[in-house]
Design a protein. Structure first.
Length: 132
């Protein structure tokens, strides 16, 4: 299956979040075709959890990852993840630490996307999360 463009993936993800009664906002728009995507999730304590692209080793052979995730490449909302896998890359970030992380990632990769999600739906039900 061909990989979805970053712009299409972000558009579909934000639509899913809005349809589930949540809120999504693009904090930083990257390359439409292939920019890395980071998800910013604010906890009830006001701190952020940052979810980003999983390392290539997190992809495994595909079939076993789907079996491990329990959703066969689809999210709990019944949507395909477009071949993208994510992992938690930071937790417990305050506003300042989040801004520094965004700046650092943007210096490293100018094509990067940051999308903030505010939803009752767990991230695991929106995207395919792997554990390192």
């Amino acid at each position: 299956m061909p990989r979805l463009t970053s712009e299409f993936f972000v558009s579909a993800l934000t639509r899913r979040v809005f349809n589930a009664g949540g809120f999504a906002a693009v904090m930083r728009k990257g390359s439409a075709e292939a920019g890395a995507i980071f998800l910013v999730l604010r906890g009830r304590d006001g701190l952020y959890r940052l979810v980003g692209p999983a390392p290539q080793s997190g992809y495994g052979d595909g079939a076993s990852d789907e079996a491990k995730s329990g959703h066969g490449g689809e999210t709990g909302l019944g949507h395909d993840t477009g071949g993208r896998r994510f992992a938690v890359v930071a937790e417990g970030l305050d506003d300042e630490a989040l801004e520094k992380r965004i700046e650092r990632e943007a210096r490293f990769d100018s094509d990067v996307w940051f999308v903030e999600l505010d939803t009752a739906t767990p991230a695991e039900d929106l995207v395919a999360l792997t554990t390192p």
